[in-house]
Write a protein that binds this ligand. Structure first.
Ligand SMILES: Nc1ncnc2c1ncn2[C@@H]1O[C@H](COP(=O)(O)OP(=O)(O)OP(=O)(O)O)[C@@H](O)[C@H]1O
Length: 223
């Protein structure tokens, strides 16, 4: 689904990604790692937002930076999400539905969104997160990429998102970045740890539970 080879992204002297080689198969894939480790940079290259400094990436067989067709097959939710303030949630989702298909009302119902006709500038952070998730899901894309799917959500909404992934994983692939990884583990297939601009661990979720627990307790004991 995603293949990267010696992928690098430098911002001046900052080596945000410093040679990542990875093959991410279909399924539900979770990227974790410390703040500033390079997760979002990898995500943005995979989403076609950043051009790599060097190296190669293919997502669903396409070059995300160059291939316009790519955007019809992939739904993306960034964190933080950027929206134009004066449009309504419905108008925003209609833009995505226009080129990817799908129905804004259906995806809104799935996420428990009952505020589609209000202007986005009136939304709370949790409402913005839900709209951003809806934007990634509308039109049933082949790959759904979500940066922080559970951030800013209440417990009910978190449970709903986990259930949505559980249902959709039969026909859709996911690439997730999440600091809140524990609720996601039951629906995740594989975990990747990016730190210091490098891929430092990867594996099936069953093998990675211990690695995750160690990372978590290390980050507490080192403070
Ligand atoms: N647009 C940018 N310009 C300059 N430096 C950047 C830019 N984006 C990221 N960086 C730097 O690249 C490094 C990796 O950042 P990145 O956002 O990829 O990390 P992350 O793992 O997603 O972190 P977090 O968990 O805090 O979101 C950091 O040192 C960051 O300061």
């Amino acid at each position: 689904m995603i293949e990267a080879s010696d992928l690098k992204k430098y911002f001046g002297s900052i080596r945000a990604l410093d040679g990542v080689t990875v093959e991410i198969p279909g399924g539900v894939n979770l990227i974790v790692g410390p703040n500033g480790g390079g997760k979002s940079t990898f995500f943005k290259i995979a989403a076609g937002v950043y051009r790599p400094t060097s190296g190669r990436i293919r997502v669903l067989g396409k070059d995300p930076w160059r291939d316009a067709e790519f955007k019809r097959k992939v739904g993306v939710s960034f964190d933080p999400a950027g929206f134009p303030p004066f449009v309504t949630g419905r108008e925003w989702l209609e833009l995505f539905a226009e080129y990817r298909g799908g129905n804004p009302d259906e995806v809104a119902e799935l996420l428990g969104i009952d505020f589609l006709d209000r202007r986005i500038r009136e939304y709370s952070s949790g409402m913005r997160k839900k709209l951003s998730l809806a934007q990634a899901l509308v039109g049933d894309p082949e790959l759904v990429m979500i940066d922080e799917p559970l951030a800013n959500l209440d417990f009910e909404a978190m449970g709903r998102v986990v259930e949505i992934i559980k249902t959709l994983r039969k026909e859709t692939n996911f690439l997730l970045i999440s600091h809140i990884w524990e609720p996601l583990l039951p629906v995740v297939d594989r975990v990747y740890v990016i730190a210091g601009g490098r891929l430092v661990a990867q594996g099936e979720v069953t093998e990675m539970k211990e690695v995750l627990r160690n990372l978590y307790s290390l980050s507490f004991t080192s403070q």
